[in-house]
Ligand binder design. Structure first.
Ligand SMILES: [Zn+2]
Ligand SMILES: [Zn+2]
Length: 179
């Protein structure tokens, strides 16, 4: 895409990066004249990317298809909304995977207690005070799988007050070596 000798008509220039496939917009109203780099707006990352002039010339291929151009222009006009939607979507996906992880750990916790012959008494938010059970010594690592405990779910076993490990173990059972 050649940006030099451009009649300054304020028209957007739209191109595709030949290597990474990104759709890039050159907006004359947003460009800083005299800058060594060319600022192009990425329509996939919704942020400005800076390229040396020669890279723009050798690797960014101008999009001439009117339909593709119109789509890109619409995307450029709406990018703040599109970006917000993308972030919301990402957040939802993270929440969903967090919920799945939580369910999985709780299931493991029930199995862990069952396997140790301990009655399941539920779980508590580990930010609240321990209300039930005798709090056993604080564990810095899981006695079953030896993973360092980071209270990743913010939950502890209501029976022993021990933080839940991702494997589902709490402090309800003695370490394997002591069995
Ligand atoms: Zn564990
Ligand atoms: Zn427990």
């Amino acid at each position: 895409m050649h940006l030099q000798n451009e009649s300054n008509d304020g028209q957007l220039r739209i191109g595709r990066h030949a290597v990474d496939g990104d759709t890039l917009v050159f907006d004359p109203s947003q460009s800083a004249p005299g800058s060594p780099n060319v600022a192009l707006f990425s329509l996939t990352q919704f942020r400005t990317r800076a390229f040396p002039q020669r890279v723009v010339e050798s690797q960014v291929v101008e999009i001439v298809d009117p339909e593709l151009r119109a789509q890109a222009e619409a995307r450029y006009r709406d990018w703040p909304t599109l970006k917000a939607e993308l972030e919301k979507e990402k957040e939802r996906a993270q929440e969903a995977s967090g919920a799945r992880r939580r369910e999985h750990t709780l299931e493991n916790h029930r199995r862990f207690l069952e396997g140790n012959g301990v009655e399941y008494k539920g779980v508590q938010d580990s930010a609240t005070k321990v209300t039930g059970g005798s709090r056993k010594r604080a564990r810095s690592a899981c006695s079953r799988c030896t993973t360092p405990l980071d209270d990743f779910l913010g939950l502890r076993c209501a029976a022993c007050g021990g933080v839940l490990c991702s494997c589902g173990a709490c402090a309800c059972a003695p370490p394997r070596s002591a069995e």
